[in-house]
Design a protein around this ligand. Structure first.
Ligand code: GAP
Length: 457
């Protein structure tokens, strides 16, 4: 199936539900519009996306530390950051069908009366646009009133700025250095949609890189390149990725540059991540509003300054969706359609399928032993002894399991198993004692299959 096919998203949504990646939230009560729960495979997929981000951004670097700040902060945070006054989308109502649309996204919207048409095509009677604040309000404590109003954070970034001084004083870091954070954010989107691409509750992976102002251009270029490369390294087709530099009139008044990493989804090009130069805007505003000095004193140069910031801000759900869409392929094996997800092995929710060839001759017991051995070595495995071996392979192909281990007569006789590669479907005999090192080597050496690169354009 061509990925541009309009039914492609339906195929992805249905695979996600059927195999336990993503379910509609509150489904037994009829759902709650555009909100989703992650099932057993989805939660593994997202965990791996986060782990891949964290290991590259934090663990493997000596200029980065992590943070986990609160979702509900002092509401002054959002007044100072400008979100209370300005985090709005232009909203229009249709007087006829009563639906609400984003005025700047009418071409992407569907009239509720005639979902085949956009509001403009359906000649909807639209009101003048008015600003609609996207923050979810809540209240703190038992007494309602303006004094108790608080907000669910619309981005994780502000928690990083609030803790800049704490981290500086407690972690022996000095610019250039970054603070990374993964966590939930909430936006009352007027038109969520395209499955988990735009939802009201989502996870972000954000990093604020604090730098001497004169290094701004260097780090902006560095993070553009590095973030683009991260997606490529985790198997996303480079031909479907692009860097889109914002035009001057798209930039916030304080910003010197911003680039989106975009992916070509079945519904068109969309933002996967933004890399923004935020100058000293946030530290300066929080410093002024709190009365706390958030500057840094460079003891070598003997200068005090407010660091500037380059911010790569990614969406975890969007990344998981992108990797799923990008990994999807249908091919034909032995005259039958095979659905396969060519995930990078470190992204695949299950790494190894373990299959006794038959349910006798001690094979299930041996297979269970190997399964346990691999679990203890921290591989995620799936043991399956039901149905013909070909069918078991297909079930794992469909969820993207990169390796399948079959325990057969040779295992019982000579202590060797057969390992099948999801992408090439080639099989190799490996000694039981060498399975672990074989797998670790294969994962490190994995390359995006050439066939897919050619067919995904
Ligand atoms: N601190 C900057 C910031 O929040 P953003 O472009 O608004 O920037 C960063 O958000 C990323 O978060 C986006 O590139 C996208 O991947 C993800 N994101 C934003 N809104 C989202 C939504 N409603 N649903 C899912 N992901 C979203």
């Amino acid at each position: 199936m061509a990925k541009q096919d309009t039914t492609f998203m339906d195929t992805i949504v249905s695979l996600c539900k059927r195999r336990g990646f993503v379910y509609p939230a509150s489904e037994i009560y009829g759902g709650i519009g555009n909100t989703y729960d992650y099932g057993p495979l989805g939660v593994e997929l997202k965990r791996r996306v986060k782990e891949a981000w964290w290991s590259r951004m934090v663990t493997m670097r000596d200029d980065m530390v992590g943070l986990d700040s609160a979702i509900i902060q002092n509401p002054q945070t959002w007044i100072t950051s400008g979100h209370v006054a300005g985090f709005t989308d232009p909203l229009v109502d249709c007087k006829k069908c009563k639906a609400r649309f984003r005025a700047d996204k009418l071409d992407d919207a569907r009239c509720t009366e005639k979902p085949s048409r956009t509001p403009v095509e359906n000649k909807c009677e639209l009101t003048e646009a008015r600003a609609f604040n996207l923050m979810f309000k809540t209240q703190i404590g038992a007494v309602e009133g303006s004094g108790s109003v608080a907000y669910l954070r619309p981005e994780t970034a502000q928690g990083i700025f609030l803790n800049f001084k704490n981290v500086l004083e407690s972690s022996r870091v000095k610019p250039p250095f970054g603070i990374a954070q993964i966590g939930k954010s909430f936006r009352n989107e007027i038109t969520p949609g395209n499955f988990v691409f735009r939802t009201r509750e989502f996870e972000q992976a954000e990093m604020e890189f604090f730098i001497p102002p004169e290094q701004n251009d260097h780090w902006y270029q560095y993070w553009r390149k590095e973030r683009h490369q991260w997606y490529v390294d985790y198997g996303v087709n480079p031909e479907k990725l692009r860097l889109r530099e914002h035009a001057k009139d798209e930039l916030a008044h304080y910003s010197t540059g911003c680039t989106d990493v975009e992916y070509e989804y079945p519904f068109g090009w969309g933002e996967l991540e933004g890399i923004a130069c935020r100058t000293d805007f946030d530290l300066k505003r929080h410093s002024e509003a709190s009365g706390k000095d958030l500057s840094y004193f460079d003891p070598e140069k003997k200068v005090r300054y407010l660091p500037w910031v380059v911010e790569p801000a990614a969406g975890v759900d969007r990344t998981a969706l992108t990797m799923l869409i990008d990994a999807y392929e249908e091919d034909v094996v032995e005259d039958e359609k095979r659905v396969v997800l060519h995930f990078h092995p470190e992204i695949a929710p299950v790494t190894v399928g373990v299959f006794p060839l038959v349910k006798k001759e001690g094979m299930p017991e041996k297979a269970r032993e190997i399964d346990q051995m691999l679990r203890q070595a921290r591989f995620t495995t799936f043991y399956d002894e039901s149905a013909a071996i070909g069918r078991r392979y297909r079930r794992q192909d469909e969820i993207g399991t990169p390796y399948g281990i079959t325990i057969d007569g040779d295992t019982m006789k000579d202590g060797v198993v057969t390992i099948r590669n999801r992408d090439t479907m080639l099989q190799e005999k490996v000694k039981v004692a060498e399975i672990e090192s074989w797998l670790r080597h294969a994962i490190r050496a994995w390359k995006r299959p050439a066939k897919k690169a050619a067919s995904a354009g």
